[in-house]
Design a binder for this molecule. Structure first.
Ligand SMILES: Cc1ncc(COP(=O)(O)O)c(C=O)c1O
Length: 453
């Protein structure tokens, strides 16, 4: 069956929500749909709009309609669960992770120039196995950059180049957990996606609640953890910035118990309304391991990141990297070093900060206007906003609706101990400002009346 996505506007959005409901089994075969007049009144749209949406889905085979008996979900002829590949090509594509950058704005020309420079100038020996801790030129540039921009306290031999924050955490935990396992406090809510990585690297994650000031350090102390993983500059997912009092308490916790703090500085380059908050590592370089990457600033696919650790730990991490896989590809490392040295990285960041700020403002404004029941948090930094939904709203449904409209969102785990209202994270980096209003209006329609719960 060829699906015709010919209709647009509100009718298209209603059709999209119903289509999704049938595909996912929320509306089962045979279910009778509300009369067009009732649904139109409920959604505060004209009846013709609902008629158009129903007709579209009848044409596609999702619904059947008979005079006198109303409109029902089609019985056996229920379409396949996934749209055919050709169909997906026509759907708006804005990536899959709320924290992803806009890869359409990757600085291709400047990156190409950096690669060309490396290939034109690097001696043959430079292409041999590199130092497993990273090529010296890049460690030097990163040390300078992190001192300048993140107020880190760092020397080049404290830096280990990694394949992103993920690999950095993985290496550090392997070293810290040797020879047994490590009791690692993690933020709750936090990045569920990281949990398998943490476990595989030898950590047993212990959730500790996050409140309006960030990680609850009293609860951390009660958790009997040996180390903690935090996102202090922009907590993932809530977006809270760790308060000065909590930063001090966290440092005291680390010092008093000879414990390690793992600082995930995943999106610190993007701070829109105030000066960036310096990293924790700068306060206590002997206790804090800073990890970051170019995944938000350039592209996740580059798999380029770093760890800054106290000298002994950095040496152990470097050794572990050598034993595991002999280090990261060198050409990209030289290219990033060149990009940093020549100011290309700073320039790119300035441009992206301006662009993302416009996109963030457009989304936040549209949410305030058209979905005022939703509480929008964590907007000062990063590439995503945290949306707290009214009780009774279905986060999964909102995520599906948002994705249909081209806004990448993900539900926040409901299993967190800290409780709280249902919530989702939504990424604005890939939503052009001109599409924000229309997208949120669509969400409003999809989440109103029959669709809210
Ligand atoms: C909380 C958090 N940390 C780190 C990262 C980045 O990971 P990596 O640098 O390995 O790409 C992400 C990316 O989505 C993230 O959400």
């Amino acid at each position: 069956m060829t699906i015709n996505r010919g209709i647009g506007g509100i009718a298209g959005q209603i059709a999209a929500e119903l289509r999704h409901a049938v595909r996912t089994g929320r509306l089962t075969p045979g279910t009778r749909l509300p009369a067009t007049r009732d649904l139109a009144a409920d959604l505060r749209v004209s009846r013709g709009v609902v008629v158009e949406a129903y007709e579209q889905l009848v044409a596609e085979g999702f619904l059947v309609s008979r005079v006198g008996s109303g409109t029902h979900v089609a019985p056996a002829a229920a379409p396949r669960a996934e749209p055919p590949p050709g169909d997906r090509e026509h759907a708006p594509y804005y990536g899959h992770r709320p924290t992803s950058p806009d890869l359409g704005l990757f600085p291709r020309e400047r990156w190409l120039a950096a690669l060309r420079h490396v290939l034109a100038t690097a001696p043959g020996d430079a292409l041999d196995y590199g130092d497993p801790g990273g090529v010296p030129e890049l460690r030097e540039e990163l040390a300078g950059y992190l001192s300048r921009v993140r107020a880190a306290d760092v020397r080049p031999d404290h830096v280990v180049v990694t394949g992103g924050v993920a690999q950095g955490l993985s290496l550090v935990l392997r070293v810290l957990a040797e020879p047994g396992r490590l009791r690692l406090a993690v933020e709750d809510p936090g990045s569920d996606r990281q949990l398998p990585l943490l476990r595989r690297a030898g950590a047993d994650p212990v959730p500790v609640p996050v409140d309006e000031e960030g990680l609850d350090v009293a609860a951390l102390a009660a958790s009997r953890a040996d180390a903690v993983l935090v996102t202090p500059a922009h907590q993932f997912p809530t977006g809270v910035v760790l308060s000065p009092a909590r930063r001090a308490a966290l440092m005291a916790w680390a010092r008093d118990g000879d414990r390690i703090v793992l600082e995930d500085d995943y999106d610190a380059e993007f701070r829109f309304d105030r000066e960036p908050v310096g990293c924790l590592q700068g306060l206590a370089p002997d206790r804090v391991v800073l990890s970051g990457s170019v995944s938000k600033s350039l592209a996740p696919g580059l798999r380029l990141g770093w760890v800054v650790a106290p000298a002994r730990l950095a040496a152990a991490v470097r050794r572990a990297r050598g034993e595991l896989d002999l280090g990261s590809p060198v050409i990209e490392q030289y290219a990033l070093a060149h990009f940093l040295r020549t100011g290309g990285y700073d320039k790119h960041l300035r441009r992206m900060r301006r662009e993302y700020r416009v996109r963030r403002d457009a989304l936040v404004e549209a949410l305030a206007r058209d979905l005022p029941e939703v509480r929008v948090r964590g907007i000062e930094a990063g590439l995503h906003v945290y949306l707290e939904l009214p009780e009774g709203w279905d986060a999964e449904r909102l995520v599906a609706a948002a994705r249909e409209l081209g806004l990448v969102a993900a539900p926040v785990s409901r299993t967190r101990g800290a409780g709280g209202p249902p919530a989702v994270v939504a990424g604005f980096a890939r939503l052009p400002a001109r599409r924000a209003a229309e997208t949120v209006r669509g969400l409003n329609v999809l989440m109103s009346g029959h669709f809210r719960k």
